[in-house]
Design a protein around this ligand. Structure first.
Ligand SMILES: [Zn+2]
Length: 434
C-alpha cells in the first residue's frame, strides 16, 4: 500500500524542476544567459514528450523514402547550425493540418498538411531551418528558465487531455479533446524573428536559395488569410505576421543577395513528394473532419472521413478520426471496427489501440479494453490517456490494486482536471492516500 508520504514523494519527484545549472553561454549570441535547463535536460524532455506529440499527429507516415528525403534535407541544414552536435531527427507526421515543430533536443516533425503545400526543396529547407533555429537558440530552454513557458512542457503533463469528466458517458469527450499541439512550446514574436533569421542563414549556408524562405512565408501568409482555421495551431505556436514576410524579403535581397540567383530545387522536390501532393484535396477534407470533431459535430466529421477513405482507403489518420467520430456519435460498435481497421493498417502506432480501448470501455468490455491500453502503452509508454483508462477498466473489473497503480501513474503526470480528481478520489476511497 502506498502511504501518503510516499505518494506525495512520487508527486514531488515528478514535479521537480530540472537540475539547476545556472548561467550558460547562448550558442547563437555567445553571451551568458540565465539557463536553468542544461543540454541533458533538453534531450530528456524531448525524449519524454516528442513521442506523445508525434502520436497525437497520427505518427510518422509509413513512407520510408519520403521520411528519408526530409531527413536528408534536415540534416544538411542542421550541419550548418550553431548546435550541429544535437541529436537531430526528422519525420513527416500524418496530421492533415499545416504545421512544423521542434522539441528542444532536436526532434523535428513536419505535417503532411504543410509538406503537400510546398513547391521546392528550398522551401522545405527554410521550414526545417526555422525549427533548427529554435533548437539552436535554445528558445524552449530559455523560456523554461524564465518561467514563462507552459507547465505542460516541463512535466510532460497533458492536462488539456484530461478535459473530459471520467465515467462511461464521457469516454467520447476524451476523443474530441485529443487535439493537436498540446505539448508544443509557444514562442514569442522575438523568438520567431530570430528563428526565421537563423533558419535563413543555415539554409543558405547549406546551398539553398534564400528565395525559399520568402516563398514559404508568402505561402503561409496566403493560408492564414484564405483558411485561417487550417493554420490555427501553427500560428498559436509560431506567430505569423506580415513582418516575417517583409523581413525574409529584405534579408534575401540584402544580406543573401549573392545567393539569390541559385536555382531553386523544384524537380527533385516534385519527384520526392508527388504521391503526397496528389493527396492534398483529401487532406483538406481530413483537416475539416478533425475540426468538426473538435467542434463536437461528429456526424459531419464521420461523413468527411468516409469521403477521404473513398479516395485513400488505407489512410491511418482517416481511420482513427472515423473511429473517434463514431465514438463521439455514440456508435461504439462501429468505432471498434474502424479502430481495428486502423490497427491493421498501422500496427506500430498507438492511436488505433487507444480508440479501440475507449470503444471497448464504452461497451463495458473491460478485459478487452485493458488489453488494448496495455498494447497502446507498449507502443507509446507513459501515455496518460492509456494509463487513466486502463486504470478505469481495471477498477470496473474489481482489480483494485492494479487500478490504484495506474491511477497513481496517471497522477504523476497530470495533476489537474476531472480525471486527475477522479483518480485521486478513488485512491482516497481505498485509503491509498488520505
Ligand atoms: Zn517558430
Amino acid at each position: 500500500m502506498l502511504s501518503r508520504r510516499r505518494f506525495l514523494a512520487f508527486l514531488a519527484a515528478s514535479a521537480a524542476a530540472p537540475v539547476l545549472s545556472g548561467c550558460a553561454v547562448n550558442p547563437v549570441t555567445g553571451r551568458n544567459q540565465l539557463m536553468l535547463v542544461g543540454e541533458d535536460d533538453e534531450i530528456a524532455m524531448d525524449r519524454r514528450q516528442s513521442p506523445q506529440q508525434f502520436s497525437a499527429d497520427f505518427g510518422p507516415m509509413q513512407d520510408a523514402a519520403l521520411n528519408a528525403y526530409v531527413t536528408e534535407v534536415g540534416l544538411a541544414v542542421a550541419r550548418q547550425s550553431h548546435r550541429p552536435q544535437m541529436p537531430y531527427s526528422f519525420r513527416v507526421v500524418n496530421a492533415p493540418y499545416a504545421n512544423a515543430y521542434a522539441f528542444p533536443g532536436g526532434s523535428i516533425a513536419v505535417t503532411r498538411g504543410i509538406l503537400a503545400r510546398l513547391e521546392s526543396e528550398d522551401e522545405l529547407a527554410a521550414l526545417v531551418g526555422h525549427e533548427i533555429g529554435h533548437v539552436s537558440a535554445r528558445h524552449t530552454a530559455a523560456r523554461l528558465s524564465s518561467g514563462t513557458v507552459l507547465s505542460v512542457v516541463l512535466g510532460g503533463a497533458v492536462a488539456a487531455l484530461g478535459a473530459a469528466k471520467p465515467g462511461l458517458q464521457d469516454v467520447a469527450g476524451d476523443v474530441a479533446s485529443l487535439g493537436a499541439g498540446m505539448l508544443l512550446a509557444q514562442y514569442s514574436r522575438d523568438d520567431e524573428r530570430e528563428a526565421d533569421s537563423l533558419g535563413m542563414a543555415y539554409m543558405v549556408a547549406a546551398g539553398y536559395s534564400p528565395q525559399g524562405m520568402v516563398d514559404l512565408m508568402a505561402m503561409l501568409r496566403g493560408l492564414s488569410t484564405r483558411e485561417p482555421g487550417l493554420v490555427e495551431v501553427l500560428f498559436a505556436t509560431h506567430p505569423m505576421s506580415d513582418e516575417r514576410f517583409t523581413q525574409a524579403q529584405s534579408l534575401a535581397r540584402q544580406r543573401y543577395a549573392a545567393a539569390l540567383s541559385r536555382p531553386r530545387r523544384r524537380e527533385r522536390f516534385a519527384a520526392a513528394t508527388a504521391r503526397l501532393r496528389a493527396q492534398l484535396p483529401a487532406l483538406e477534407r481530413l483537416e475539416a473532419a478533425q475540426r468538426a470533431l473538435g467542434n463536437k459535430q461528429p456526424a459531419q466529421a464521420r461523413a468527411l472521413c468516409q469521403q477521404v477513405l473513398s479516395f485513400l482507403p488505407d489512410d491511418y489518420a482517416a481511420l482513427v478520426l472515423l473511429a473517434r467520430a463514431e465514438l463521439a456519435a455514440d456508435m461504439a460498435q462501429a468505432a471498434l471496427q474502424s479502430a481495428q481497421r486502423a490497427r491493421a493498417v498501422n500496427p506500430t502506432e498507438a492511436q488505433g489501440a487507444i480508440v479501440h480501448g475507449l470503444a471497448a470501455v464504452r461497451l463495458r468490455r473491460f478485459a478487452e479494453a485493458v488489453q488494448d491500453f496495455s498494447e497502446a502503452l507498449r507502443l507509446l509508454p507513459e501515455n496518460p490517456t492509456s494509463i487513466f483508462w486502463r486504470g478505469y477498466a481495471l477498477d470496473a473489473m474489481g482489480d483494485r490494486q492494479a487500478a490504484a497503480e495506474d491511477y497513481r501513474r496517471y497522477l504523476v503526470q497530470v495533476r489537474s482536471g476531472p480525471q486527475a480528481q477522479y483518480a485521486l478520489r478513488r485512491l482516497r476511497e481505498w485509503k491509498y492516500v488520505r
